[in-house]
Design a protein around this ligand. Sequence first.
Ligand code: NIG
Ligand code: FE
Length: 411
Amino acid sequence: MKRVFSNIGVLTTATGSVAVSGKAQSAVQTTENAWLLEQNGSIAAIGTGNPPAADEAIDCGGKLVTPGLVDCHTHLVFGGWREHELAMKLAGKTYLEILAAGGGILSTVRETRKASEDALYQKTCGLLSEMLAHGTTALEIKSGYGLDLETEQKQLRVIRRIKERFSDVAATFLGAHAFPEGMDHEAYVEWLCETAIPAIAEDGLAEFCDVFCDDGVFTAEQSLRILNAGKRYGLTPKLHADEIKEIGGTQAAARVGAISCDHLSETGADGIRALRDGGVIAVMLPATSFYLKKPYGDFRGMIDAGVPVAVATDMNPGSTPNLSLPFAMTAGCLYGRLTPEEILTAATLNGAAAIGMADRLGTLEPGKQADLVVWDAANLDQLIYRYGTNRAAAVYKRGMRITGKENLWND
Ligand code: NIG
Ligand code: FE
């Protein structure tokens, strides 16, 4: 089966199969009047002028085409919502004050423990369907709203079911998201290392292990213990760090050989050096900064220092209930001071690298998977500039349309 995507006004893509930084982060390829030939889910060829013959022809209407977006940091499986926190936020309570009052992550933990696996699965399918409609074609999903084995496994089984249906979903164990109410902190760290991680790894439920390393949550030393335990069981380390305060999370990320270090809105020059020396990808989450009214982080300093920058939504019910990666791209571009080209690379190639998928995803090049978005925009600048409404006109995964009438979820 061959499909040809013809009449592409502008095809814009990063190139390569590894995370890029510095000048390479902005070196995207732009081809006007292009076509793309897909065969059996992969890109067979890209060219300009007259398109080759194929079994099916898809007219892209002279619009912008980019690789499918890769959302490399989400908390998509959770019970309940937290709109009641909006009033507390508006009254000036901080994220940590809400958490300390038994709200925040802990209130989602209570809701997630109560929800059945099927209810969580149905809810996640709905959220994913909205996410795909905004141009995301691969993603990572974390657990972390159980803080006990039964619920963490339930979340991870939901992620596995999503992955079986959709593919290109990375699963991350985030048991170290908060301390369960009333539990001694050291005892919880011990339990994560000795009991939870071995059980999760044995069931093959996760590929990555993550820790919320920050002020009032897990220390750098505890994070290292947990991530090293994960490594012993084959889980690749990731961290949430420097969201509230720098407490050594970037240094821990470098020491443990983390694939990515995420949030980084408070990271200074030493942290940036640690990430660069450790070869760690910086995953920036500007939609979270927007919703928490917090600093955005030094995206520019990271790229200039040679740290590859990725961008993701961080979709979760507390700090950013936003499913749109294009919104995060616009926020990252404006407040992180990146060019549209740099932010596109962040949301595609570097995002894919942050979840170990850059060998097959993140760019439009022969041999890569035919995951692409036709945008209702004439060029990349217009996509970034016309934020606030959904510009994804059609989204394709392995050459198959997954939005619109042929929505993947309408079976
Ligand atoms: O990445 N920072 C920690 N965890 C999430 C928030 C989770 C929540 O508030 O439910 C985040 O922002
Ligand atoms: Fe997060």
